[in-house]
Design a protein around this ligand. Structure first.
Ligand SMILES: NC(=O)c1ccc[n+]([C@@H]2O[C@H](COP(=O)([O-])OP(=O)(O)OC[C@H]3O[C@@H](n4cnc5c(N)ncnc54)[C@H](O)[C@@H]3O)[C@@H](O)[C@H]2O)c1
Length: 254
């Protein structure tokens, strides 16, 4: 595993860190010596992730938050700053959707819920974390978009794809506006990833079919994304700003 000693002692706020890509990201950042704020609506799984990190000698604390709720986000940010003394790295990882539907058939509730979870949350977390990132000296924002925000394909949701495309454009505004404060903002665009949730939903045949469409002939695993985010958070990526890193095995070209 790559080693980034400069990350030791920095505080990383990670949304959606109770499971999946966010949980693996929390573990990898903690292994580099970061203090990790697990920001998730699911405190039970969040506590398991934090306990695993503490058991390995790392530092993590759960901040139970609905990240679509401005007042709760404000409370969480205040709690993190009180507990860890500041915020250096923000990783907006929570996201997803509940229904596959055409625009014509999509309920307004599903549209609003999906855009709130995938886009409004990123705005809220960034807006409230920015004053603290400005004090960091090496602030980093990493937003988890999706290949669904880069290309149109049948197995995705229009609300999700539109929100994830919004995340990449919001990332560019953040990169532009915060550059003078030495804060970089970048996004990653994952493809279908073998998290425990996805593995439980997909058949072997599904997985083989999706893998056959990827030049690297496999699905992503959470560590693929966590490693990319470690790099973007590191000093090695200090001059990378406003990019979308396609962590999708080359699928975006197809
Ligand atoms: N897994 C994939 O195949 C895949 C592919 C492309 C992009 N992505 C993106 O990667 C990110 C992580 O995906 P994943 O599959 O690991 O996610 P996941 O569904 O496994 O986990 C999402 C986490 O977000 C939390 N969460 C949900 N709503 C919340 C809310 N309102 N407030 C706070 N926390 C909330 C959940 O409790 C959960 O811990 C998402 O943004 C997703 O869109 C995932």
């Amino acid at each position: 595993m790559a080693n980034y000693p400069e990350l030791a002692g920095r505080t990383a706020l990670i949304t959606g860190a109770a499971q999946g890509i966010g949980a693996e990201t929390a573990r990898l950042f903690a292994a580099q010596g970061c203090k990790v704020a697990v920001v998730d609506i699911d405190a039970d799984n969040g506590n398991k992730v934090a306990a695993g990190i503490s058991g390995n000698g790392g530092t993590a604390q759960v901040f139970k938050t609905d990240i679509t709720d401005a007042a709760l986000v404000e409370q969480a940010i205040a709690g993190i700053v009180q507990a860890f003394g500041g915020i250096d790295i923000v990783i907006n990882c929570a996201g997803g959707y509940q229904q596959l539907a055409t625009v014509e058939d999509m309920t307004i509730e599903e549209w609003d819920r999906t855009v709130a979870l995938n886009l409004r949350s990123v705005f809220l977390i960034c807006k409230m974390a920015i004053p603290h990132l400005k004090k960091s000296g090496a602030g980093r924002i990493i937003n988890v978009s999706s290949i669904s925000g880069r290309t149109v394909h049948a197995a995705s949701s229009p609300a999700y794809g539109a929100a994830k495309a919004g995340v990449t454009q919001l990332t560019r505004f953040l990169a532009y506006q915060l550059g003078p404060d030495n804060i970089t903002a970048n996004a990653i665009a994952p493809i279908t990833t073998l998290t425990p949730r996805v593995a439980a939903l997909r058949t072997e045949a599904d997985i083989e079919r999706i893998a056959s469409q990827v030049p690297l002939r496999r699905l992503a695993v959470p560590e693929d994304h966590a490693q990319a985010m470690l790099f973007l958070a590191s000093d090695a990526a200090a001059y990378i700003n406003g990019v979308v890193l396609d962590v999708n095995g080359g699928r975006v070209m197809m």
